[in-house]
Write a protein that binds this ligand. Structure first.
Ligand code: FAD
Length: 493
C-alpha cells in the first residue's frame, strides 16, 4: 500500500513514524511525507543559545497524556525526558498590575480548598460567597447541550471567576476566549460532574477522594509500592526539537520531501492524486496532517461539504518572545513558574513563563529566561508588528508587572528570540463535538482518507501524536477498500 502524508508537523511525523515502524517490521507499505517548509516539526522548534534551551513553540507536554513520552521512549529519548520542577510550582494572575498567586487547591478552575480560596486576594468577597454557595448547585441536564466555558463557569461561580481564572487559563493554553470555547469539548469532566453532582466543587472533591483512596490502596503495606507523584509537565532536555530530530533520523530519508507544498488533491479511480510543484504522486491512501483550514482548501475539489466543515474551525495566531537575562541583575524575581494575564488587564501579553524555574537544567546557572506568549483571538494584529516593537512591548509590560525593582535593573537582555505562529492553534468552539461527528461521517465516505492534527480531538502535542499514529494504524489494519495500488508516478510536467 502507498500512503501519502501531507504536513510534516508533529502529527504528520507521528503518522510517518508508525508507517516506518510497520515497514521495518515487514509490512508491505510505502509512504511519502510532504512538508511545505524546508524544515520538519511545524510548531515544534527550539534553539539552544549559549547553553539555554529556547522554545519557539510548545515547551512541554502534559504528563498525564502518555502518547508523547511513549514516542520519546520508542525513539530512545527516555533518558532525556525532564519533569517540571513542581516543588517550585506557583502560578500568578495579574490583577491591576500586581501578581496574585493562584490559590492552592484549584483543579480545572474549580476551588477545592476552603481556606486558601477564602484568604486569596484574587477574589472579591462576593465571589467567595458565590463559590461557597456553589456547593448547593443542583444536578442539571445542561450537559446534553453544548455551551461556552464562560457560560458554564458563570452559572456556577459568577462572572469574576470567568475573568480572573477561566479567561487567563484558556488564553494561556488556546490563545482563545472562554466565551467562545466549548465546555463539552474543553472541559468535558466538569460537564459530566455537573450532571452527576450538580456542584462542580463537590464533584471535584469526590474525584479527589477517589484518587486518594486509589493511591492509598496501592501504598506500601498493601503489597505494592507507592508511585511517586508525577510531574504536571514533561519536557525534553534538548527541547522539543530533539523529538523532531529523532523522528527525522528514524524515517526513511527518501520518503521525506521538504519544501514540497501540496497544491492540489484529486481523487479518481486510481486513488489519491497529489500535486506539488511539478510532481504528481498517486497513492492508495492519504493522511492530511495540516491545520483544518489548509486541509479545507486542498479537499475542496474532493468534497465541498467536508471542506466547509473544516473551514468553519477557527484558529488563533500567537507569538512567543524569549528573553535571556543575567539572573544576578534580577534580584527580586518572585518564586514560581510564571503568570497569566486576564484580558481585562488590557495587555498584549497573555502569559509569561519563568523558564529557568519551570524546568531545571535547561538554562545555564546564573541565567534567567522569560518566555512571553502574545496574540490570541483578540490580538491578531500584533503579528504585523516588527520584532523590535514586540520586544520593546514585552520588556515594558514585564517592567510594569514585575516592577521596576526587578526589571528596572535588567538592562538589555543578553539574547532575544521572536517566533510568530499564524493560525496555528485550533479553537474548539461551541458545537465542536457535533461538527466532529459530521466530519467523521464525510471522511468515512472517502476510502483511504484520514485527518490528523490539532483541530479534532485535542490540541496538545500528545493528542497530535496519538491522532497521527492512530490514522496510520487504521490505514494499515483496515486497508483501503476502493482503488488498487498504483505505482507512484513522479512525472515532471
Ligand atoms: C506557540 C505555541 C505554543 C504551544 N504550546 C504547547 C505546549 O506547551 N504543549 C502542548 O502540548 N502543545 C502546545 N501547543 C500546541 C501544539 O504545539 C500544536 O497543536 C501541534 O504542534 C500541532 O501540530 P500539527 O502537526 O498538527 O500541526 P503544525 O505544527 O501546524 O504542522 C502542520 C505542517 O503542515 C505544513 N503544511 C501546511 N500546508 C501544507 C501544504 N499545502 N503542503 C505540505 N505541507 C503543508 C506546515 O508547514 C506545517 O509544518 C502550542 C502551539 C503553539 C503554536
Amino acid at each position: 500500500m502507498r500512503i501519502a502524508i501531507v504536513g510534516g508537523g508533529i502529527s504528520g511525523l507521528a503518522a510517518a513514524f508508525e508507517l516506518e515502524k510497520a515497514r521495518r517490521d515487514g509490512t508491505q507499505v510505502e509512504y511519502a511525507l510532504y512538508e511545505a517548509r524546508n524544515r520538519l516539526g511545524g510548531s515544534l522548534a527550539s534553539e539552544i543559545v549559549n547553553g539555554a534551551v529556547l522554545e519557539c513553540g510548545p515547551d512541554s507536554f502534559l504528563t498525564e497524556k502518555p502518547a508523547a513520552a511513549e514516542l520519546c521512549r520508542e525513539l530512545g529519548l527516555g533518558g532525556d525526558l525532564l519533569p517540571s520542577n513542581d516543588a517550585a510550582r506557583k502560578t500568578y494572575v495579574v490583577l491591576r498590575d500586581r501578581l496574585v498567586a493562584l490559590p492552592d487547591g484549584l483543579m480545572f478552575l474549580v476551588p477545592t480548598k476552603l481556606l486558601p480560596t477564602a484568604l486569596s486576594p484574587l477574589f472579591s468577597f462576593s465571589a467567595k460567597m458565590r463559590m461557597a454557595l456553589e456547593l448547593l448547585h443542583p444536578p442539571s441536564r445542561n450537559g446534553l447541550y453544548d455551551e461556552s466555558v464562560a457560560a458554564l463557569v458563570k452559572r456556577h461561580y459568577g462572572a469574576e471567576i470567568v475573568d480572573r481564572l477561566a479567561d487567563p487559563l484558556l488564553s494561556g493554553i488556546y490563545g482563545g476566549e472562554a466565551a467562545q470555547l466549548s465546555a463539552q469539548t474543553v472541559l468535558p469532566r466538569l460537564v459530566q460532574m455537573e450532571s452527576q453532582y450538580g456542584s462542580l466543587t463537590r464533584g471535584m472533591l469526590a474525584a479527589h477522594r477517589q484518587m486518594r483512596a486509589r493511591s492509598e490502596s496501592s501504598a506500601p503495606g498493601n503489597g505494592q509500592t507507592q508511585a511517586a507523584p508525577r510531574a504536571l509537565f514533561t519536557a525534553l532536555r534538548g527541547g522539543m526539537q530533539q523529538l523532531v530530530d529523532a523522528l527525522a533520523e528514524y524515517l526513511d530519508r527518501t520518503a521525506v520531501h521538504l519544501a514540497a507544498p501540496i497544491s492540489s488533491i484529486e481523487r479518481d479511480a486510481d486513488g489519491w492524486r497529489l500535486e506539488s510543484e511539478g510532481f504528481v504522486g498517486i497513492y492508495d491512501a492519504l493522511i492530511m496532517a495540516l491545520p483544518a483550514w489548509a486541509t479545507s482548501v486542498l479537499l475542496n475539489s474532493v468534497d465541498e461539504t467536508l471542506a466547509e466543515e473544516l473551514a468553519a474551525i477557527p484558529y488563533s495566531s500567537s507569538i512567543t518572545v524569549n528573553l535571556v537575562y543575567d539572573e544576578t541583575r534580577l534580584p527580586r524575581l518572585p518564586e514560581g513558574f510564571g503568570f497569566l494575564v486576564p484580558p481585562s488587564e488590557g495587555r498584549a501579553m497573555l502569559a509569561c513563563t519563568f523558564v529557568h524555574r519551570k524546568f531545571l537544567g535547561r538554562t545555564p546557572p546564573g541565567k534567567a529566561v522569560f518566555r512571553a506568549f502574545l496574540g490570541g483571538m483578540k490580538n491578531e494584529a500584533l503579528l504585523a508588528e516588527s520584532n523590535a516593537a514586540l520586544i520593546a512591548l514585552v520588556r515594558r509590560e514585564l517592567r510594569e508587572i514585575l516592577g521596576e525593582r526587578t526589571f528596572g535593573h535588567a538592562d538589555e537582555p543578553e539574547h532575544v528570540q521572536v517566533s510568530r505562529w499564524r493560525r496555528a492553534m485550533a479553537q474548539y468552539t461551541v458545537g465542536h463535538k457535533e461538527r466532529m461527528g459530521r466530519i467523521a461521517a464525510r471522511v468515512q465516505a472517502l476510502p483511504g482518507l484520514r485527518l490528523a492534527g490539532n483541530a479534532y480531538d485535542g490540541i496538545g502535542v500528545p493528542d497530535c501524536i496519538r491522532l497521527g499514529r492512530q490514522a496510520a494504524r487504521e490505514l494499515l489494519t483496515l486497508g483501503v477498500k476502493a482503488p488498487s495500488a498504483v505505482a507512484l508516478e513522479s512525472l515532471r510536467r
